[in-house]
Write a protein that binds this ligand. Structure first.
Ligand code: ZN
Length: 277
């Protein structure tokens, strides 16, 4: 179910593409079982962090409709059982938005769970699903995957063909997506990883991307996630960004946190903690 938030003059709609059972050992192979104990209360509940959410965000601001990330998509889901079907287009339809209403599609990074609805294949023909949109792609990730042989099939099928379709622009940190939306380079999880800052009417919202896959990581910034490309850089980025988000009390949306994945970073009993809205 889409959830709409107001950030100054911007409307931020939190969308859920899929979710599946969160396997903490698979995501954090180096973290021993007992290290999770202080976070046991974050692991339960019907919509609690026992599920890994695959979120995306639609922003309506400055006369534009912007979609940040496109989920797993319909073709390939997350590994393991219990993944729910891909719903991103249904969720957009529920708020009255069709694929042709999207002006800009932008990505935090090019991992398979963030690019899945990009393209439509009809026989040999590949076309952009969001047929009026410009696709803003993190340059560091684009170069990284174009230089590799091995990659997840969703990246090969849903991200790399963008280069042949004349719809793509490569971007880095500090890119003005619109007057109120700017990218911030947050490398480590992937080489070109971007977060997005929405600043409007004196309010701020930070789209975190994959700096954290579980709320425990707000405190445990040194926990390395299985797909952190450069663990040292990922940890350094997390520390710097999380301290700032705690200090400035921005609204944060974190696509892998339990839906609707919006909240703030607060300090409770000496630990940095996720406080859902
Ligand atoms: Zn992800």
């Amino acid at each position: 179910m889409p959830v709409a938030l107001q950030v100054g003059n911007a409307e931020v709609v939190v969308l859920q593409d899929r979710k599946h059972k969160f396997n903490k050992t698979w995501h954090y192979p180096d973290v021993p079982e007992e290290a999770w104990e202080p976070y046991a209360d974050l692991l339960g509940g019907p919509e609690g962090a026992v599920f890994l959410n695959f979120g995306a965000f639609m922003i309506r601001v400055d006369g534009k409709t912007i979609l940040v990330d496109t989920g797993w998509g319909p073709d390939i889901g997350p590994p393991g059982d219990e993944a729910t079907p891909a719903r991103l287009l249904d969720e957009l339809a529920e708020v009255g938005v069709g694929v042709s209403d999207i002006d800009i599609v932008a990505f935090t990074h090019l991992h398979p769970d963030h690019v899945g609805w990009n393209l439509v294949r009809e026989g040999d023909v590949i076309r952009p699903r969001f047929d009026r949109a410009r696709y803003l792609v993190p340059e560091g990730d684009w170069e990284h995957y174009n230089a590799r042989e091995e990659m997840h099939p969703n990246i090969r099928q849903q991200a790399l063909p963008l280069g042949d379709l004349d719809v793509m622009e490569l971007i880095g940190g500090g890119h003005p997506v619109s007057v109120s939306v700017t990218t911030e380079a947050t490398p480590g999880h992937t080489p070109g990883h971007l977060s997005f800052v929405i600043a409007s009417g004196g309010e701020r919202c930070f789209i975190l991307g994959d700096l954290a896959h579980h709320p425990a990581v707000l405190q445990e910034t040194h926990w390395v996630q299985a797909f952190d490309w450069d663990p040292e850089q990922a940890v350094a980025t997390r520390k710097e960004v999380f301290e700032r988000l705690e200090r400035d009390q921005s609204l944060v949306v974190a696509g892998h946190f339990p839906h609707p994945c919006a909240g703030r970073f607060v300090r409770v009993d000496g630990r940095r903690t996720w406080k859902p809205l």
